[in-house]
Design a protein around this ligand. Structure first.
Ligand code: HEC
Length: 145
């Protein structure tokens, strides 16, 4: 009996954590914080002196034109527009919702989507994947916009 109640109690906890992942609103900001915490752990494991992500470095990444990627996508702004708060456009002309969290509150909440687009877009613009530092800086910038 006691074994049974421990098991079912644990199930309940797992179900509650699971359910929390699908709630929108304040939970969204919490999930972005979790993602940033993951990148923090990744950076810290290689650099013990790491003091935190920088919105300013994230801003510089967003506007930079590194000239190491594909010629038709010189910058993140090539698709995401010249401002985090305005609508962007794919090369094919499809609308992209603003990157600023204030304008598109459900952004950066699906880790698979996030990983896929970071990988693809960093390769297009920088010619390589972004580092955990760059990703953390970028999200920190967008969270303040
Ligand atoms: C060729 C066009 C293009 C370029 C250039 C581009 N992006 Fe994107 N990006 C997209 C599209 C399309 C999506 C997916 C649609 C959406 O999220 O609204 C996306 C989504 C993302 C996402 C996922 C957002 C989320 O809600 O999870 C991130 C992060 C991102 N881009 C970062 C960048 C960064 C950083 C750069 C520059 C290094 C960049 N992008 C350059 C087209 C582009």
């Amino acid at each position: 009996m006691s074994t049974f109640s421990i098991v079912s109690g644990r199930r309940l906890l797992i179900a509650a954590v699971f359910a929390a992942c699908f709630v929108s609103g304040p939970a969204v900001a919490g999930m972005l914080q979790d993602t940033i915490a993951r990148y923090t752990a990744e950076v810290t494991s290689a650099d013990k002196g790491f003091t935190g992500f920088s919105a300013e470095r994230g801003r510089m990444l967003f506007f930079s034109r590194p000239a190491t990627g594909k010629p038709d996508t010189p910058s993140c702004t090539s698709c995401h527009s010249d401002s985090p708060v305005t609508v962007g456009q794919t090369r094919a002309g499809k609308e992209i919702a603003p990157m600023a969290l204030s304008r598109t509150p459900d952004r950066y909440t699906e880790s698979k989507k996030l990983a896929k687009w970071f990988r693809r877009n960093c390769k297009s613009v920088l010619g390589r994947v972004c580092t955990a530092m760059e990703k953390g800086d970028f999200l920190t910038f967008m969270a303040t916009q």
